[in-house]
Design a binder for this molecule. Structure first.
Ligand code: ADP
Ligand code: MG
Length: 726
């Protein structure tokens, strides 16, 4: 019966740390920063000067890598890694599943005379060959030619991973097929950054900035997660295998009790946070944890922003490290978007901007009319991009798990809109020539002459209901799911903004014909056009309200509620054109992604279905009939003795058990039908509109049974237990 659950509760309440507390004074955190990174300063120390210079040139300007350089770098890297205790090296890559994969190799090679020498050459650094057959390629690579290869990404630093099982030199790589197609999430990020740079340079040169300093996109992802005790985690097959609870009645004590604050953090959670930060610091990831998320047991960790490609790699390391360190403290870190129904979900707010070494942050409004004008062009380009490609932005955050969060009244709605804040929205209203909502005089803002009003550097939460918010000097894409790689969202943002900057640059170049005195007038016209054509995407109000849903529909904005609705936008002609035109994804690469994401969606619903059936049948049904039997025999015994016994509970139990059985059968039938469908689009629709509702029915009866069955018989740790017992 409930013995596994009872054992879990007892184990949790008797938790004792297995390792002594860490001594954080021994090595101050500052000294640890980058301790395990083959950083610029390590390279400077260890590489001959010309080699170092040549490598930096590649890293900073994207210039092609000189292959003789690679041998020197490999040798220095190997020596450094071996000094740090590494025995193996791994090419780390990011397959389309969104996870992180590694191919490990030993440094040691037999020397032919019975001993071994440590070896690591430039060619081993530059290129590796994982057995790619187990990674999805969406038809690009047939399994018989499974040998894609990994290529060293010089722009992301190598690092050491310390692990109880050994220490490894990790080399961030791109994963591509022999025909040159991207099989991973990293390659398009790099390509999209190049596209963005190219178009941003054209705008900058219109403003007289022709130094050519590379414009890079920057990203700062805020990661939310839950912590639960591992004993509970292992007593819940659904959490263990699907990452979320498929059953569980609402706790009597919900998140409305605001007792989840810093002071209430148990020692081991605090120790976990400190150690996580410390581990990430060693990897050169400057993180800060937060303690006050909305739900009980929910927390957040965010790094300082970095270049988008590095931030993407680091984000993967953050997720891995959270999970690993949690384990050490007897907890499971849940990164799923909605581990608990009815409880606040987890997102990943991706803060995004672009900037260069000489120009700084291009989404910073600046203080002078000249800087303001340039900012408005970049900002206008983003507004146009988000409006034009709202379907794509929705598609890149689509997943089975994120569907449970988007559109619930805690996360942004599935409608993509932009929050500009009152001041900036007013500025655009004035450029447009006035508007009802403008509190400032109409049509008075003259580009290049007037100074913008001070825009508040937003604390981020003023309007949490917007999926895409301007926060003073960057945009924050909040619809991203906590469990997703940020690569897809960054690729989309970089590319759509590149397209928009291309449009703006072309318009401005045409209008000025090289005469810079015409620039301000040309910008005025450009921005007026943009706000007239694309202003519908700007919305500063409450994104949760019913009025917004109606208003958005009137404005012609998309409202793609589910992954099944959103993913098909990846194959819209304008999306294909976008990615091919800027060399970010070929048609084949894009099609392969769509197929893989549809497949992943169906697979995760299929896994949840199997778990739902299994748990309902082997845990909830048996517990229920035991209790039913207990009630029945009590009733029979008492009646035999001439007592009255109120049969209400027994009647209710009997109805619920029958409904549970029937709903399981319906779910199985719906799943079997979906299984037979071959077209991924149709399968996804069946999963979404037939299987998921059937799954919810099973849950409904099971959760109701939880309110009747004797507590000592209930097999699954309850919401109350998982969220409140530490
Ligand atoms: P909040 O959004 O709750 O105010 P923070 O200000 O702590 O949270 O975090 C915002 C994130 O935005 C941080 O990761 C920060 O480094 C990042 N950020 C700040 N400036 C930029 C920028 N120019 N480009 C990208 N990310 C940025
Ligand atoms: Mg934020």
């Amino acid at each position: 019966g409930g013995s596994a659950r009872m054992a879990a509760i007892s184990a949790v309440t008797n938790y004792k740390p297995s390792a002594p507390a860490m001594n954080f004074l021994e090595t101050p955190t500052q000294e640890l920063f980058c301790a395990n990174v083959f950083s610029k300063s390590v390279m400077k120390d260890r590489l001959p000067k010309p080699i170092f210079k040549s490598l930096m040139k590649t890293i900073e300007t994207g210039e092609k890598l000189d292959t003789t350089v690679a041998d020197y770098v490999a040798s220095a890297m190997k020596d450094w890694a071996i000094e740090k205790g590494a025995t193996h090296y791994a090419h780390v890559f990011y397959p389309l599943t969104g996870f992180t994969a590694e191919k490990h190799d030993s440094f040691l090679s037999p020397d032919g005379s019975g001993s071994a020498i440590a070896e690591f050459s430039g060619s081993q650094l530059i290129q590796g060959e994982p057995d790619g057959s187990s990674f999805p390629s969406g038809g690009i690579r047939q399994t018989f030619e499974a040998r894609g290869y990994t290529a060293w990404d010089v722009t992301s630093p190598a690092y050491i991973m310390e692990n109880p099982n050994g220490t490894t030199l990790c080399i961030p790589t791109a994963f591509v097929s022999w025909t040159g197609e991207a099989l991973d999430k990293k390659t398009p990020v790099l390509r999209s950054m190049q596209a963005l740079n190219k178009q941003a340079q054209r705008i900058l040169s219109l403003f007289g900035h022709t130094d050519g300093a590379m414009v890079s996109s920057t990203a700062g992802p805020e990661q939310e997660y839950f912590l639960v005790d591992r004993n509970f985690f292992f007593a819940r097959p659904d959490l263990l295998n699907a990452g979320r609870t498929l059953f569980g009645a609402q706790p009597p004590k919900g998140q409305e009790f605001d007792d989840h604050y810093f002071g209430a953090i148990p020692d081991r959670v605090l120790a976990f946070m400190l150690e996580t930060e410390r581990e990430l610091f060693k990897l050169g990831i400057p993180v800060k944890t937060r303690h006050n998320e909305v739900a009980p047991g929910q927390y957040e960790i965010a790094p300082m922003f970095e270049f988008a490609n590095v931030a993407t790699d680091h984000q993967q390391l953050v997720m891995i490290t959270l999970k690993r360190v949690a384990e050490k403290y007897g907890m499971a870190c849940l990164i799923h978007e909605k581990p608990f129904a009815g409880v606040n979900g987890s997102g990943k707010h991706v803060n995004w901007s672009m900037g260069s070494a000489s120009q700084g942050n291009l989404l910073d409004p600046g203080d002078t009319p000249h800087e303001n004008a340039q900012f408005l062009v970049f900002c206008g380009a983003v507004i146009r991009a988000v409006h034009k490609f709202q379907g794509l932005l929705r598609a890149v955050v689509a997943s089975a798990s994120n569907d449970h969060r988007l559109g619930a009244n805690e996360a942004p709605p599935a409608i993509i809109s932009i929050f500009l804040g009152t001041q900036l929205a007013d500025v655009f209203e004035q450029i447009k020539g006035g508007g009802a909502s403008s509190s400032l005089p109409k049509g008075t803002l003259e580009i290049g002459a007037d100074v913008l009003p001070p825009l508040p550097k937003d604390a981020g939460d003023r309007n949490r209901t917007s999926p895409f918010a301007f926060t003073g000097n960057r945009f924050e894409f909040r619809a991203v799911g906590s469990n997703q790689s940020i690569a897809g969202p960054l690729v989309a943002m970089n590319t759509i903004v590149a397209e928009s900057l291309d449009y703006c640059a072309t318009k401005l170049e045409e209008a000025t014909g090289g005469d810079s005195s015409k620039l301000n007038g040309a910008i005025q016209k450009l921005l007026t056009d943009i706000i007239n054509e694309h202003g519908a995407v700007v919305f500063n109000g409450d994104g949760y309200s019913e009025e917004w849903h109606q208003e958005a529909e009137k404005r012609g904005l998309l409202n793609l509620k589910t992954t099944a609705d959103a993913l098909p936008f990846l194959e819209k002609p304008e999306v294909k054109d976008l990615f091919t035109k800027y060399g970010v994804l070929s048609e084949r690469e894009l099609e392969s992604r769509l197929e893989i994401y549809l497949e992943q969606y169906c697979k995760s619903i299929s896994v949840e279905t199997k778990l739902t059936v299994e748990i309902a049948r082997t845990m909830i049904f048996p517990a229920s009939i035991r209790y039913q039997n207990e009630l029945a025999s009590t009733c029979a015994n008492l009646q035999a003795l001439g007592y009255d016994f109120d049969k209400d509970t027994l009647d209710k139990m009997t109805t619920l058990v029958k409904s549970l059985q029937d709903s399981v059968a319906t779910l199985e039938a719906a799943a079997a039908k979906a299984d037979e469908i071959e077209c991924w689009h149709k399968k996804a629709n069946a999963c979404c509109y037939d299987v998921l509702p059937a799954m919810n029915e099973v849950r409904k009866y099971a959760d109701e049974l939880e309110g009747y069955v004797a507590d000592d018989l209930w097999p699954l740790p309850t919401y109350q237990e998982m969220l409140f017992i530490r």
